[in-house]
Write a protein that binds this ligand. Sequence first.
Ligand code: HEM
Ligand code: HEM
Ligand SMILES: Nc1nc2c(c(=O)[nH]1)N[C@H]1C(S)=C(S)[C@@H](COP(=O)(O)O)O[C@H]1N2
Ligand SMILES: [Mo]
Length: 351
Amino acid sequence: MRSVNASIPIYREVMAGRRTNLALLMVLASALLTGTVAFASGTAAGRWVVIAHGVVGLGLIVLLPWKSVIVRRGLRRRRTRRRTERWTSVGFGVLVLTAVVTGVLHSGWSRLLPGGLTTMQVHVGAALAAIPLGVWHVVARPVRPRRTDLSRRTALRTAGGAALAGAVWLSAEALWRTTSAPGADRRFTGSHEVGSDDPAAMPVTQWFTDRVPRIEAIRWRLHLTDGHGARTLALDDLGRTDQVRATLDCTGGWFAHQEWSGVRLDRLVDPAGGDSLLIRSATGYTRRLPIEDLATLLLATRVGGAPLSAGHGFPARLVVPGRRGFWWVKWVTDIRVDSVPPWAQPPFPLT
Ligand code: HEM
Ligand code: HEM
Ligand SMILES: Nc1nc2c(c(=O)[nH]1)N[C@H]1C(S)=C(S)[C@@H](COP(=O)(O)O)O[C@H]1N2
Ligand SMILES: [Mo]
């Protein structure tokens, strides 16, 4: 290892296995945390989390030369007692490596993989699948932190490692740019542009289990419950007065700018006494939004000057500027104002 990397100063140091593993633990925990926050962020303020996630994720590559020493040593030991543990470790390694490779693949080249899965599905799937194996890996080989782990020396090493990871990230960005790879102009969320101002070219995406329902315009009803009580509206009762240009940015890794039109929710809904707004789809899919967002929400019936297609939410879907796609409930049939706090729901949909 030292001969291969001796030109990079940080690799001239021999790092104890214990400290390498401790560093890996920190990096993995940060990758999971920043990845999750990156997934939730829809405004430009989230850019730094997405960048931090890339740097942290690439940090694993920086630690690889040290870890490979530990791995080789561990795999050479032949104790039958540890056979399961060994395969758990190898499986863990494969999953983490898959996450790193698909992360870079998505950032630089492609949001789609051959075979129909998206790169992000495999990325997040591998990362989540790695968690139980990682817990087992670590619990079976506890690392004991020491007081000296908080030394100036550790701080310098960590800074060195972070700088190297930052350099790797910058090189990757430079590579996408100089080769005009698709990743060169991805959005701050990491998403690639697909079908802007061309709704027919925009992907139809469901979170997990929903199927596209066929809803007849004359049968559709919107059930509203708010400060005024309960009432039911038909499609013709909505009017189509408001227009907004907004960006649908799916965690699946694509985004599109579109002109949406329909009715602003503050024209329909009385927020009095409510803390949140429960939006329900004909499919049962729901999201709860803070009542303060009311004036920014649009119940859209049209996109790009034409009625929504079935896939994009006909006859009415929510447009939520500044939030990721999973908030943009399609096939809306129920809107309810109540006093449940907006955070009283899973941060990501479960179905
Ligand atoms: C990216 C994350 C990691 C990967 C892919 C990984 C993978 C592996 C592999 C494949 C081995 C060799 C097989 C074995 O001994 O079971 C190993 C050994 C080991 N790992 Fe990890 N590991 C990671 C992180 C960690 C962390 C966070 C810790 C502890 C906090 C840790 C502690 C150890 C120890 C102590 C050994 C040596 C076991 C021995 O020599 O008998 N590893 N690791
Ligand atoms: C084991 C855990 C994880 C590792 C090691 C990891 C690693 C990486 C890496 C290396 C990249 C490419 C960075 C670049 O080339 O700029 C990346 C990108 C990305 N990851 Fe992860 N990741 C992990 C977990 C997650 C999770 C749990 C999520 C979301 C729930 C996530 C979401 C993303 C996103 C959105 C990108 C694209 C960022 C961009 O294009 O700049 N990651 N990840
Ligand atoms: N009812 C319902 N609405 C939904 C979803 C869903 O699964 N069910 N998926 C959401 C997600 S994850 C995204 S990205 C957008 C996708 O909108 P589109 O299919 O019009 O592109 O719809 C959102 N609205
Ligand atoms: Mo999505």
